[in-house]
Design a protein around this ligand. Structure first.
Ligand SMILES: Nc1ncnc2c1ncn2[C@@H]1O[C@H](COP(=O)(O)OP(=O)(O)O)[C@@H](O)[C@H]1O
Ligand SMILES: O=P(O)(O)OC[C@H](O)CO
Length: 489
């Protein structure tokens, strides 16, 4: 290897990874460690922030060793699970409380109260988001009102999303976030890219505890010399769904990507104008470079791969996630079985935190294959509902670029093309989130002049064409609508 490599830290919900890329997009290596999920009460999900740090560092150190030392690394890019919020001491750098994860629903009542008092319109106007426990602000408000050590910390308290936490530890003190992650907190004004005084007041969050908001690419700082043997510049950061959109080269207005990981997140690039959704989608920042923001509309589905994990680990219906594909193929159709995966409420476009999941249409003729097939079909059903919401907001999809762990499943990917009646494009190299963070790091370090130039890192793609007959699609959609209506009451 003559050129220096780009190192990515991809801190996801279920695992943290580090990956090494050459400037042409070849992945030289990857190290992955699982994150412990702490379900401390029904609807609560916490991570140990110190574990996030130590495992991310261990993965990164393994990749630096693989590259041949810190001198072989051009820059680091960081990408992360979004909305998850960390509380730590500025002085010691130690976490002061558990990290509250994006899936956590403990603040459903708090959000409902504010909604009942008519605050949703102002929250949507300034943030592009809705009043839902998903976003960081209500989690911060809950933690500040519940965990005394946070108030006691006073000006020593640092609050931030996961990239901010990792950068503080990597650099030994920098408190910075990027505009994409900040846009998910419900504290940043999406039009100005700054923390919003009215929102900080609404959620009672002290400005002194919040990080500086920066671009997604630039020279943010360097790692402490003791971590990797020599300092390495940190030059890229973005939330994981925004990084996936960049990694999929969704750089033109209208380009759309869908990532099916733990949850499913669909983003359509809407250009440099902030557009508020009229159909319960989110507006978000896709990236910020040189102070200029590029926006996206987003549909967030809370349960995707986690449904397959639940069928596998809790119900014992699957020996492995992979087995779902063979089972789905083993039956001619879903046998009338539908699964509405509201296991942690429903996200876009319904936003019903209290909705509960349902499996309907069961008979003695139903087998585990029908239930598993219904679970996979639910991905296309939910995506189809979102496609309609995006179209109503004026964002018509011409094709869909897909990625994420579930997309390894060919049956599922073809079902998406069939049910959406749309061309679906799957990159051969599926780790688009990490690739997007590498592109940003390359732009930030000066290796690439622009995101368009960095997009050459994206490799070849496979295409899935729709093959389903319209009458079969209509039967599927009618069955889904009925099952969904029963869940929504
Ligand atoms: N062949 C498969 N079919 C369906 N789901 C799968 C398959 N392989 C993996 N998954 C699911 O994909 C998810 C992992 O995707 P990944 O993108 O790594 O998640 P994350 O980035 O959210 O941690 C798991 O929930 C797993 O159950
Ligand atoms: O960790 P992932 O890949 O499931 O992504 C989580 C999202 O960023 C939540 O908004």
């Amino acid at each position: 290897m003559t050129e220096r490599a780009l190192l990515v830290i991809d801190e996801g919900t279920t695992s943290t990874r580090a990956m090494l890329f050459t400037p042409d997009g070849t992945c030289l290596g990857s190290e992955q460690k699982d994150i412990t999920q702490n379900y401390t009460a029904p609807g609560w999900v916490e991570h140990d922030a110190e574990e996030i740090w130590s495992l991310s560092l261990a993965c990164a150190q393994a990749m630096v060793a693989k590259a041949g030392g810190a001198g072989r690394i051009e820059a680091i890019g960081i990408t992360n699970q979004r909305e998850t919020i960390v509380f730590w001491s500025r002085r010691t750098g130690r976490a002061l409380a558990p990290a509250i994860v994006w899936q956590d629903r403990r603040t459903a009542n708090l959000c409902r109260d504010l909604k009942d008092k008519g605050h949703e319109a102002e929250v949507q106007a300034s943030t592009g988001l809705l009043l839902d426990p998903y976003f960081s602000a209500s989690k911060i408000a809950w933690a500040l009102g519940t965990w005394p050590q946070l108030e006691e910390a006073g000006n020593d308290l640092c609050i931030g999303t996961v990239e901010s936490w990792l950068i503080h530890r990597l650099t030994g003190g920098l408190h910075v976030s990027d505009a994409t992650n900040a846009s998910r907190t419900a504290l940043m004004n999406i039009g100005t890219g700054r923390w919003d005084a009215a929102l900080m007041d609404l959620w009672q969050v002290p400005g002194t505890a919040l990080p500086e908001i920066a671009d997604c690419a630039g020279r943010f700082g360097a790692t402490s010399a003791d971590l990797f043997g020599a300092p390495i510049p940190i030059c890229g950061m973005a939330g994981d769904q925004q990084a996936a959109a960049i990694g999929q080269a969704c750089l033109a207005t209208g380009d759309t990507k869908a990532t099916y990981g733990t949850g499913a997140f669909i983003l359509t690039n809407t250009g440099c104008e902030f557009r508020r959704s009229e159909h319960r989608l989110l507006s978000t920042i896709a990236w910020q470079l040189g102070g200029d923001r590029n926006y996206a509309l987003e549909g967030s589905v809370f349960v995707a791969g986690s449904l397959i994990q639940w069928l596998r680990d809790d119900l014992g219906l699957l020996a492995s996630s992979n087995e779902s594909e063979a089972l789905a193929r083993s039956v001619a159709d879903n046998g009338g079985v539908y699964l509405v995966p509201a296991l942690s409420g429903l996200g876009a476009p319904h936003w019903q935190p209290d909705a509960r999941a349902a499996i309907s249409g069961l008979s003695f003729a139903s087998s585990r294959a029908h239930i598993v097939r219904a679970a996979l079909e639910a991905m296309a059903h939910q995506t189809r509902d979102l496609m309609a919401a995006f179209a109503s907001d004026g964002a018509n999809w011409q094709s869909l670029k897909v990625d994420g762990g579930m997309i390894a499943n060919d049956w599922l990917t073809q079902d998406l093309a069939d049910l959406l009646d749309l061309k679906v494009e799957r990159p051969v190299f599926i780790e688009t989130t990490a690739l997007g963070a590498a592109m940003l790091a390359g732009v930030g370090s000066g290796m690439f002049g622009s995101l368009e130039e960095a997009a050459r890192m994206r490799g070849p793609v496979e295409r899935f064409e729709p093959k389903m007959e319209e009458k079969d699609r209509d039967v599927r959609l009618a069955g889904w609508r009925e099952a969904l209506a029963a869940v929504l009451g």
